[in-house]
Design a protein around this ligand. Sequence first.
Ligand SMILES: [Zn+2]
Length: 411
Amino acid sequence: MRAFVKGVATSIACVLAWHAPTAAQQPAARVQSLSPTPVPAVTTLVSRLDLERYKATIKGLTQFGDRRQGTERNRKAVDWIEAQLRSYGCPTERLTYVYDTPQRRTSQPAQAGSAPPPAIPRAVGGGRPRGIRTPTGVNTDPQKQPNETLRALNAEPAADGPREEVYCTKVGSTHPNEMYIIGAHMDGHGWGEAANDDGSGTALVMELARIFSMPDVRTERTIRFALWNNEETGLNGASAYVAQRKDLQGKEDPPGSGRYPEPTWLGMIQHDMMLFDHGMPRADGSIPPEQRPEADVNVEFQMNAKQMAGAQALAWYLHAANEKYASDYPAQVGPHMTNTDSTPFMDIVPAITVRENERGVHIGSGWDPQWHQPIDLFSTYSDKDFRLGLNAAQTTLGAIGELAGASIVSR
Ligand SMILES: [Zn+2]
């Protein structure tokens, strides 16, 4: 049983490693062979997730307010995240890059005879919005934050210049040269605490780093846990990582050392807003106050990505992992991944997102009223909300535990 299950995981890892699958290599058929049987070692790892610990990590991130990029509160948050990762036994590194606010382009007047609006409306990412929609946007008004302490904490504006972001790595025991990347963005904005966007995803990635770094955990393949900066300004931190490191993939350095500073990418999973799925706005524009019992974890790939076939296979792998390892909420798969740090990866490696809602047609239609607002506070959310994030953590941990070949070693 065990060997069989590991064989399946290995073959899917190989599928995901293909960089240019031809029609004959479409991995969709492999998805049909996903095992419905949990892997005991992975079940053990998932059992090490804990709602109170997950909440405590989100709470820890909110001490730095909205963690806006280019500020001291953002740099302090990077330092704090790095200290936590090290305390888990996950060795850290930093990526440095420069962020300068782009010059605003003056908008051109519409040309006569330009393309008519599409017959079918489309949200960002390509999905079709339906039902009741409410306006969304980014709050830039400090006076909308009634908590004076938090308003003062968030007061420093962003300054252009050098940036840093942190990641840590669990090195694979038999395939150190192959790697899954698990990501979330640690910066936020809107004059709140960025508790959900994206403290919830950052805490999820940190919790997985903690569990995979436990001394009795071994993985055959490498896993990197990345906390991107500058997501809210246009995915700049993740884009800098891709630009600086994509050509280093799979190179042993120094030669003969067995060390791979940038293992070959097998897949990338981004986590962005994990807590809140109360449903569509009601006719009066209000949102139901409770997590809906049919809340779900939305796993999205992008149908226009060059690595779409592998990304789709990876998304369905998470769907299957959710059914085996997640305690409360199901997963749904959709084809309209957009607007987060998986985008710079999606043409190079199978890349997907995990979220509370679909980014385009749900969040873009106002399903999350805290999004980029002063009320994105730790105190806004109930345990039913936090539990959706925990279920997302169970889902990714289950999938990556299998794909990376996790086992428990007796010490
Ligand atoms: Zn976000």
